[in-house]
Ligand binder design. Structure first.
Ligand SMILES: C[S@@+](CC[C@H](N)C(=O)[O-])C[C@H]1O[C@@H](n2cnc3c(N)ncnc32)[C@H](O)[C@@H]1O
Length: 170
């Protein structure tokens, strides 16, 4: 799978623990200069200096996933540009988990490059100044292609093919 937007690797750790064979290609620029203050703002000030240090965010991500490092491929680059580079390298993910920009661009590019990949992500009902960015992008993408969307709590999943009654198949 490809995950877009890793931060400290919390969600990736879950995929790696849940699926012992999965390989996670992790796309995130892990830019310096914001994560420490962000963590402090949400009550984790003990990590502020570590995350604000040069390379602190990226190094913390690597350490957090070190137990599964053989199944973690960090790609320190921004989506959607990084996705095209992965495609040109021959990467064919079964699933893409989107948790970065909350715009429709990542969805459109993923679907263009990998039409049969499962597209899923986070932040369904996350609101920023009255806008539901992820939800709006997902609904717009789904309606453009005639796909359905399933969501539960913050998770969402694009359903590309409605489930068929096994008795009617073939
Ligand atoms: C909400 S956090 C990800 C949280 C993570 N998926 C989890 O649940 O533990 C968003 C991340 O997206 C990254 N990000 C922002 N813009 C990005 C882009 N264009 N491409 C890839 N990652 C990006 C940020 O650096 C940040 O680490």
């Amino acid at each position: 799978m490809i995950e877009i937007g890793l931060f400290l690797g919390g969600s990736a750790a879950r995929w790696l623990q849940t699926s012992p064979d999965i390989i996670v290609i992790c796309v995130d620029p892990w830019l310096d200069g914001w994560a420490g203050d962000y963590a402090a703002k949400y009550g984790n000030s003990e990590f502020q200096d570590q995350l604000n240090a040069k390379e602190g965010l990226f190094q913390t991500f690597l350490v957090n996933l070190s137990a599964c490092s053989s199944r973690v491929i960090p790609v320190r680059d921004a989506s959607p540009e990084a996705l095209l580079k992965l495609f040109l390298l021959g990467v064919q993910p079964d699933l893409v988990f989107l948790d970065a920009t909350k715009t429709i661009d990542d969805l459109l590019v993923c679907h263009q490059l990998w039409p049969s990949a499962i597209l899923t992500g986070d932040d369904w009902s996350w609101e920023l100044e009255g806008d539901f960015l992820a939800k709006d992008a997902v609904i717009k993408f789904a309606s453009k292609h005639g796909f359905e969307v399933i969501h539960k709590r913050q998770s969402w999943l694009i359903v590309k093919e409605p489930e068929r009654d096994p008795q009617t198949v073939g």
